[in-house]
Write a protein that binds this ligand. Structure first.
Ligand code: PEP
Ligand code: MG
Length: 898
């Protein structure tokens, strides 16, 4: 079995197709090397070894790897002309994790590995730069100590133990910046760092480079099961058996003086999708310095630099002098980089996020990957690539992550409110969006209030969970490629970064800016599109859907074969959904109409009535209100089909449970309080979800079905008179026995015929049923003999198939998800393995007796992409979902059809 794959010197054992085996990073390094990009040589230990490590343990894995790794190191030595651990010309390496998908900042990295007291001398001699060599050495001990030996801050208020030593020395030497350390200082730091390691871990810092290497490799494997990685996996639903690869690669140095540097760049704008090469770099720095946001980086292109200066309010002359772009400062390197970015984007046909280092005037590309982007950028980039001919229509659709479209449907700040807003400072527009919330200063307190703005000097991977919870992220340090910015864009979360004017005091939990103080809990607002930080709350409004969004939707409609309807109970929702492209209503829950204040009284009278006559009287009051409701909805849908479901919930949900309201009702109805109380008690059920609800109501109180049918048919006839077509589809809920449906259908048909006769006119309508009780799926062939259509109610079907109460499952589902007993909440993502069988069976059996039976879904799953794909495979005619998920379902249906 091949465990180690080499790359470098424009050759490679692997390629980009081997992502599962080599991880995303390793596969791309191999691919880049093979197409002639200058990648520092190295090798990848496969993800399979990570799994072996977890089962066989450390010693066995080292044994299995030893020979291959030794050969691989020898190959790197040959290409670089250096030697591992050598005192003359040492090879230094980096050790990085790399799962099959990018998990930014999730896993640990060790740089400068191979340094020890001898090798550092070699590095001094070789580079003629003692400062650089000793600085590399102290950075190495610091990183290795943190990542491999666990020397990290103990509490969130603590500082890093190594930083503490450095701060201490700075105080003693009366200096402020790291760059002010002398060679002697750095040597002292190395000594003190090693001392601290010995004290805290009880072991000497490892001096043998091979020991260092194995320690780092094992630490990478361990980090796969660290908290951060586990959280990230859970958030994205990635399984733990993927494992991570380990990438070992020759170090190149961006911190060797003014002819060196390092940076990050994107082939297009990750925030807006605009086709402009952009990025940031620092002269005389290592990669971590750019993303850590400690120094404010400069822009790669002149255009970018000018845009930055505008935001930062820096004059052009000062910009050109103090913050020149790479394009201006190192034109030759820039043009080489520009050539590679074109080459790589063309090669991968997607926006690339690249890291590079310049070592003594030589450019190395360290990494490339498909760049994380906002929802808006995702849509624009895909459409642009299509227009440029880089990808075809199908690929364009597959490039869009359905759930990420949601970001484009979110509110933006109201332009009028923005005019009145008090801008307290400006940062970089790191990730677009509008966020309003209360200030919190620590990631683990992001849920302290309902809406929070996580306010940090800078963010680190530990903050991920809190960043996910917060409504917006604000940092004082860091550029457009800082951790906060990259992660926020990936999450589609509003972020303003690098707002240098902010003074954040973690100890006292205060943010000071421009002579003002903001405390934890104070409200602020962020505009992620302009970088503005605004005092207090700002009103929001609905977004306008951009041109490219519309184009993606059109393209989706071209390829999908399944219809998309919406679940809507009001004309307003119906109109919103139609604007999002809904082709009809798949579910109108009529009970929602009864809950309104002025109607609930009539409803209660109907329920409390002792006689059929009393009930009919109350229903007569409800009839005109229902008819108005349906007219409104039919009108809003303008001739598109509208599925109206008959009353579903148990009656006790409508009766008053408070004494005061009970008294009021008794007076209104001229009956005794006792009889109201009696009736309420009578309706009480132990298990209402399995009780007197759905068609069991219509079958015990046929008057209800009669009234609702009459309202529907009369509404449709009224519209017909006004020249508007209405296509009602009357749906019977909770059918489990064929006769339950047959009886209801009889009432519906009789009532409709009666109305037709009265009005001397008629309309077309359908009568169908929900399939939401397992028995209905089993008997679907019999039910289909009578039903015009089926609509799967997967909420109830999930509840009854799994035996999990929809109302109570929250108590144990979270634990199940945490423990991995279930991988997904079955009320969110359809359980295809179990509940899905009933859906398939119900559809097949139904169509066995009625081949053209129309089948759809109206449970919450109808707007969830993986479930939509399943529905498509099952051969459904449509999915129905809430208005805001309609665009997502349209795309998901197209992807399913491709
Ligand atoms: C269902 O059960 O899936 C459904 C759509 O109906 P409700 O959620 O109203 O029970
Ligand atoms: Mg239901």
């Amino acid at each position: 079995k091949k465990r180690v794959y080499l790359f470098g010197d424009k050759k490679a054992d692997g390629n980009s197709k081997l992502k599962n085996l080599l991880g995303g990073k390793g596969a791309n390094l191999a691919e880049m090397s093979a197409i002639g990009i200058p990648v520092p040589p190295g090798f990848t230990i496969t993800t399979e070894v990570c799994t072996e490590y977890n089962t066989l343990g450390k010693d066995n894995v080292i044994e299995a790897l030893k020979e291959d790794v030794q050969e691989a190191i020898a190959a790197i030595e040959k290409t670089m002309g250096t030697k591992f651990g050598d005192s003359e010309n040492p090879l230094l390496i980096s050790v990085r994790s790399g799962a099959r998908v990018s998990m930014p900042g999730m896993m640990d990295t060790v740089l400068n590995l191979g340094l020890n007291d001898e090798a550092v001398v070699g590095l001094v001699n070789k580079t003629n730069n003692a400062r650089f060599a000793w600085d590399s050495y102290r950075r190495f001990i610091q990183m290795y100590g943190g990542v491999v030996l666990g020397m990290k801050p103990k509490t969130k208020e603590d500082i890093d133990p190594f930083e503490e030593i450095m701060e201490h020395l700075k105080d003693k030497r009366n200096i402020v910046l790291d760059t002010e350390f002398t060679v002697q200082d750095l040597q002292d730091l190395v000594y003190d760092f090693k001392d601290a390691v010995k004290k805290q871990t009880g072991h000497d810092f490892p001096t043998d480079p091979w020991d260092q290497l194995w320690g780092a490799v094992m630490a990478v494997f361990d980090s796969w099961n660290g908290d951060r990685a586990i959280y990230y996996r859970k958030m994205h639903g990635y399984p733990s058996d993927w494992g991570t690869a380990v990438n070992v690669q020759a170090m190149v140095f961006g911190n060797m003086g003014n002819n060196s540097g390092t940076g990050v760049c994107f082939t297009r704008d990750a925030g807006t999708g605009e086709n402009v090469f952009n990025g940031e770099y620092l002269i005389d720095a290592q990669g971590e310095d750019v993303v850590a946001g400690v120094r404010t980086p400069q822009q790669i292109t002149k255009l970018g630099s000018q845009r930055w200066a505008q935001l930062a309010k820096v004059e052009e002359a000062e910009r050109a002098e103090n913050y020149p772009s790479l394009e201006e400062l190192m034109p030759a390197i820039y043009s080489e980089l520009n050539e590679y970015q074109h080459k790589l984007e063309k090669h991968y046909s997607d926006m690339q996020d690249m890291e590079f280092t310049i070592q003594n005037g030589k450019l190395w590309i360290l990494q490339t990957r498909n760049g994380k982007r906002t929802g808006a950028a995702m849509v624009k980039i895909a459409m642009d690539l299509l227009k440029e001919g880089a990808i075809d229509e199908k690929e364009t659709l597959l490039r869009i992550e359905p759930n990420k479209l949601d970001e484009l449907l979110h509110p933006v700040f109201d332009t009028k409110a923005l005019k009145r807003a008090n801008v307290i400072a400006q940062g970089l527009p790191a990730s677009p969006g509008a966020a309003t919330g209360q200030i919190v200063f620590f990631a683990d307190e992001a849920n302290k209030f309902k809406n929070t703005i996580l306010t940090r000097i800078e963010t680190s991977p530990e903050d991920l969970e809190g960043m996910n919870i917060a409504k917006g992220i604000l940092t004082a340090r860091g550029g457009m490629t800082s951790h906060a910015a990259v992660v926020a864009r990936g999450m589609g979360k509003c972020c303003v970064s690098g707002a240098g004017a902010l003074k954040i005091d973690y100890k006292n939990r205060v943010l000071r800016v421009d002579g003002k103080e903001f405390h934890e809990g104070d409200w602020i607002s962020l505009n992620g599109s302009t970088g503005n930080i605004i005092e207090g709350k700002v009103a929001t409004m609905e977004p306008e859907l951009s041109g490219e969004f519309g184009e993606i939707m059109k393209l989706s409609d071209k390829y999908r074969t399944m219809e998309v309807r919406t679940n809507a109970d009001t004309p307003k929702d119906a109109i919103a959904a139609r604007n999002f492209g809904a082709q009809g209503i798949g579910l109108t829950r009529t009970e929602h109409m009864f809950f309104e204040v002025d109607r609930i009284k009539a409803m209660r009278e109907m329920i409390l009535a002792d006689t059929v006559k009393g009930r009919k009287h109350a229903l007569e009051e409800l009839l005109p209100m229902q008819r108005d409701d349906f007219e409104g909805i039919f009108e809003a849908m303008q001739g598109l089909p509208v599925t109206v479901r008959l009353l579903d919930p148990p009656l006790h949900e409508f009766v008053p449970h408070q004494l005061a309201t009970q008294k009021e009702l008794a007076e209104d109805m001229h009956i005794s309080l006792a009889s109201v109380k009696n009736k309420v008690a009578e309706l009480q059920e132990f298990n209402p979800m399995l009780g007197h609800r759905g068609c069991r109501l219509g079958n015990t109180y046929p008057e209800i079905t009669e009234m609702q049918t009459r309202a529907i048919i009369e509404a449709a006839l009224n519209l017909k008179e006004r020249g508007i077509v209405a296509k009602p589809e009357i749906m019977v809920p909770l059918v489990g026995a064929t006769n339950e449906f047959v009886e209801q259908k009889k009432i519906i048909t009789e009532t409709a015929n009666k109305v037709f006769k009265e009005r001397n006119d008629s309309i077309d309508y359908l009568v169908g049923t929900m399939i939401e009780i397992p028995r209905a799926a089993l008997l679907a062939d019999k039910i289909a003999e009578h039903a015009d259509f089926f609509s799967f109610g997967t909420n109830d079907l999930t509840q009854m198939t799994m035996g999990y109460s929809r109302d109570d499952a929250g108590k144990f589902l979270n634990v199940y998800l945490e423990k991995g007993i279930l991988t997904e909440d079955p009320f969110e993502v359809l359980d295809q393995e179990g509940v899905g069988q009933l859906v398939i069976m119900g559809t097949e059996r139904g169509r066995s007796t009625k081949p053209n039976l129309k089948v759809g879904i109206c449970g919450e799953h109808g707007g969830e992409p993986s479930s939509v794909e399943f529905c498509n495979k099952t051969g459904m005619n449509y999915v129905s979902c809430s208005p805001f998920r309609v665009p997502i379902a349209r795309l998901a249906a197209a992807q399913a059809a491709i």
